[in-house]
Ligand binder design. Structure first.
Ligand code: BES
Ligand code: MN
Ligand code: ZN
Length: 499
């Protein structure tokens, strides 16, 4: 889908669908509304009055123009209240309008104008187009002959956004540039998550990381031998059952003006069968998405390659596949992470934290000012927060607040979870430093976080458990179509940008 800025009166434009956004608390109709209403002999007013159209967010009304206008259909798109409107409302509105257009098989659509004052203009355009791009995303590569035509019929080709002055045109073009950068990066992550494990083993995660290397961005790849030399015994043990070789990936974004060094660590298990503690069939389905954290890291660097930030960023993940076999790691084994911490394995299906132990320990050696890990870590986090919200765990209040503020802007919901010190007992082992599972049936997502905490030591650290929102099979938001969501790409890029 292409987005274009159009400096013309919307009523003169030829398109499949002309969209008129409306607030629920604005009584006086806009000029465009009045003019189009006149041409349509009062159809808009009538719709608003008799059909009792209420301009709530997510509510819309479609009217045919019967040849009175070049546009084939008019859509009244509800935005909800104008007072205190947030970025996320514009984003959802943009997503709804593209969804509506694809349901109607409209190819060329125009958003007539944005009813906002000057100070909110850029934000409105940015978020609206961000929502439009995000909801237009489709993953095609596995569509065979039966589905191809259907998806082609339903994709919007062009969205025109009407503006009226040259100043607006400049603002809009910057805003759209930014939303394109962020959504393209998000969709890089989505594509990786949606690619099935047969086509996305650890080596392909390395290939994907190579794609984002460029100006200011360097890549350091660690193969199995290198990982052995570094002493990454924990991550290597998770990989031991698979014929796929493990890889460590370290991306660096450098900037001369950087005052802070931030490490982002992703979980990148390309398929999680559970290992010898094998998952039941239903739970194993969908485990191609267990590399979502790593995909988010790659997506963030894709965005960074097009942005200028005042931070140094290190993106780290260890890509492995968790499989059962004669060479697999076993329940009862004790493995040693690269910082010397010993881990008693109680369940080979709690593999994410075992790989993150080495990834976070590696990040520590870079002496960062803070570490953020992002991982599809626990089913328990889904039980606690559902599919829509990621769990946030941290040892640092300022970092927590910064992440919450970024989330408020990007619409990727996170919720702070507690880390009571006494729960550290859950992950203590009688024979090693730690064990990789907590107390059965008790605060599983917190136990996962308690396990990770010692690896960060006294470095400010946050852990995002994205087991729920990384992948959706039911629509939770209009800007997140079926499949991988790319959760965290926009959130963490926004977070990094605020330094
Ligand atoms: N990758 C899973 C967590 C997961 C579950 C992500 C469902 C997305 C959807 C993780 O490796 C796992 O298996 N966790 C176990 C931990 C348990 C064995 C302590 C879980 O959640 O059951
Ligand atoms: Mn697992
Ligand atoms: Zn897993």
């Amino acid at each position: 889908m292409k987005i274009e800025i159009i400096k013309r009166r919307p009523q003169a434009l030829d398109c499949d669908m002309l969209i008129i956004p409306l607030f629920s608390d604005t009584k006086r109709p806009s000029e465009v509304f009045i003019e189009i209403d006149e041409v349509l002999h009062g159809a808009l007013q009538q719709a608003v009055q008799y059909d009792q159209f209420v301009a709530k967010l997510g509510v819309s009304l479609i009217l045919p123009t019967l040849g009175h206008l070049p546009a084939k259909k008019i859509v009244l798109l509800g935005l909800g209240e104008k007072k205190g409107i947030k970025a996320d409302t514009w984003r959802k509105a943009g997503a709804y309008l593209v969804k509506l257009a694809s349901q109607q098989k409209a190819k060329q659509i125009v958003c007539s104008f944005l009813p906002v004052e000057a100070q909110g203009f850029s934000q409105a355009i940015e978020s609206l187009t961000e929502g439009a791009y995000l909801s237009a995303y489709r993953f095609h590569i596995y569509h065979g002959r039966l589905r191809k035509m259907e998806t082609e019929r339903q994709s919007v080709e062009r969205l025109g956004v009407c503006i009226s002055t040259d100043k607006e045109k400049r603002l809009a073009s910057d805003a759209i540039e930014r939303s394109r950068t962020l959504t393209e990066a998000t969709c890089v992550a989505r594509d990786l998550v949606n690619t099935t494990s047969q086509h996305l083993a650890p080596k392909q995660m390395v290939e994907a990381a190579k794609q984002v290397v460029g100006k200011n961005i360097e890549l350091h790849v660690m193969d199995k031998k290198h990982m052995e030399e570094l002493g990454m015994g924990a991550a290597l043990s998770v990989s031991a059952g698979s014929i796929e070789e493990p890889y460590g990936v370290h991306l660096t974004y450098k900037n001369r003006k950087a005052k802070k060094r931030i490490a982002i660590v992703g979980k990148a298990v390309t398929f999680d069968s559970g290992g010898l503690s094998l998952k039941p069939a239903e739970a194993m389905m969908g485990m191609k998405m267990d590399m979502s954290g790593g995909a988010t890291v790659i997506g963030i660097f894709k965005a960074l390659s097009a942005m200028k930030l005042n931070v140094e960023v290190h993106g780290i993940f260890i890509a492995v596949e968790n499989m059962p076999s004669g060479s697999a790691y076993r329940p009862g084994d004790v493995v040693t992470a690269m910082d010397g911490t010993t881990i008693e394995i109680h369940n080979t299906d709690a593999e994410g934290r075992v790989t993150l132990a080495d990834a976070i320990a590696y990040a520590k050696t870079l002496e960062p000012d803070m570490i953020i890990d992002i991982a599809t870590l626990t089913g328990a986090c889904i039980a606690a927060l559902g599919d829509d919200i990621a769990g946030l765990f941290s040892n640092n209040v300022r970092l927590t607040e910064r992440l919450k503020a970024a989330s408020e802007k990007t619409g990727e919901s996170i919720w702070e979870m507690p880390m009571p010190p006494q729960y550290m007992e859950f992950v203590k082992s009688p024979i090693a430093d730690l064990k990789n599972v907590g107390k059965k049936g008790s605060a599983g997502s917190i136990a996962g976080a308690m396990f990770l905490k010692p690896f960060a030591g006294d470095t400010p650290w946050a852990h995002l458990d994205i087991a729920g929102p990384a992948y959706v099979e039911r629509e939770t938001r209009p800007d997140m179509p079926y499949g991988g969501t790319g959760f965290g790409v926009r959130l963490l890029t926004e977070f990094l940008e605020r330094f």
